[in-house]
Design a binder for this molecule. Sequence first.
Ligand code: AMP
Length: 435
Amino acid sequence: MTFKDLGLSPALVKAVEEKGYTKPSPIQEKAIPHILEGKDILASAQTGTGKTAGFTLPVLQHLVATRHPKYRPLRVLVLTPTRELAAQVQDNVREYSKYVDIKSAVVFGGVNAKPQIASLRSGVDVLVATPGRLLDLHDRKALSFKRIEVLILDEADRMLDMGFVRDINKIISFMPAKRQNLMFSATFSNDIKKLASGILRNPVSVETAPQNSTAKKVTHKVYKVDKNKKTEFTIKLIKDGNWNQVLVFTRTKHGANKLTEKLIKAGISAAAIHGNKSQGARTKALKNFKDNSIKILVATDIAARGLDIPLLPHVVNFELPNVPEDYVHRIGRTGRAGAAGEAISLVCSEESEYQSEIEKVLKEKLPSTVVEGFEPTDTEPPKRAASQSKGSFGKKNKGSSSQGNKPKSKPHFKGNKPSEPSGRGRANTTKKKRY
Ligand code: AMP
C-alpha cells in the first residue's frame, strides 16, 4: 500500500515523500479512506502512530478540492489539549500542505494574542488550537466557526482530563451542525465514549492498538526503591547506562524542578518542562532535548502530552502516576515507530497501589527488581490510586494524599467528571494539585 493507493493527490504524496515516509502507517492506511469519504471517525491511536498525517492529509485533499477561489474562511479546526501538541500538529500541517494552496495557523495561550489575531485576519483554512485561547479569540471576534466543515479532536482523553469538555461543547455550539468530526484518543473511558456519542455521527471505529494497551516493543521494569533514594538511583541509572536521551516523569512541578536541579548538580544536563514554565522556556527545553544539547527532560504529565520525540530509548517514571492511564501515555514516548524502548519506574512503598492499578489497566504484571545498595526500607503505607474507590482500597490512608479523601464512583476514570469542569480549560482541584 502506498500513499497514492490511498487516493491522495500527487501534491500531498510529494510532501510526505519529502518527509521520508515510504508507506502509510497502519492508522493512516485505515483512517484515510474513511476520512476521504467524509465519514466521522473515532480512532484509537497513541502519539507516535502517525495519526497527525492520518487526519491532516485527507482533510487537506478535501480543502483543495472544494476551495473557494476568492474567500478563505476557516474550514477546519483541530483542537488539542496542550500548546506543545498544537504547535507540533501545525508544523506537520504546514509541511504536508507545502505544495497546495492551503493556509494554516496555530493559537494557544501563554503568548501574545496579537500576532495570532493578525494571522487569523489574513485568512486561514486550518486552525490548530487549544480550547481556552480559542474561545478568548472567538469572544474577541478574531475568528468565526460558522464555516467549519471538519472538526478534529486530538488526544480527546487528555482534553477531558484537563477539564476542557465545557469549552469544547461551547466551541461546537458555534459551528454548523453539518460537518465532519474526527476524534482521536489513546484511551477509552466511559466518559470518552459519552463525549464521542454526543459529537460524532455514525462514526467508523479505527483501531491500531488494543485499547488501553502500550506499544508492544516496550519493556517494563520496576525498581523498588525508597522515596528518598530515588534521585541518587536515577543518577546511577543514567550514568551506569550512559543514557543520552531520557524523558523523566515526576508527579509535580516542584518535583520536576527539584530533580532537574539535582541532576545538573551531578553533572547531567537536564531541563524541566511543566505548566509553570513560560512557553518560551518550554519550547527551548524541548528543542535542546531534541537536538541532544541536554540529556534529560524532566516533565509532568500534562507538559509531556503530545511531545514528538521520535525513537526515545528510555522513559523513567521517577514517580508512578496515580492515574493508571497516565502510565500508558507516559510510556507512549518510548518504543515509538516500531523501535524497542524501555519504561523504567521507581516505586516506593507509598506507590504500590498505583502499580497494582497500572497492572490492571495493562493486564500484565510489571517485573520488579531490587538493586544492591538500594534495598527498600520505607514502611509508609500505600496511597490510593485515583481509580480506586474507598471500598476497593484495603487500607484507608487518612490524609496521606490529596486523592485519598475523595472516593471515585467510577473505576478507571480519573476523577474529573466532564459534567463538572471547574472553569475554562483547567482541571478540578484534585487534578490540579498533581501538576
Ligand atoms: P504522530 O503520531 O502523528 O505524532 O507521528 C509520529 C511520528 O511519525 C512523527 O515524527 C511523524 O513525522 C512520523 N510519521 C508519520 N507518518 C509516518 C509514515 N507514514 N512513515 C514514517 N513516519 C511517519
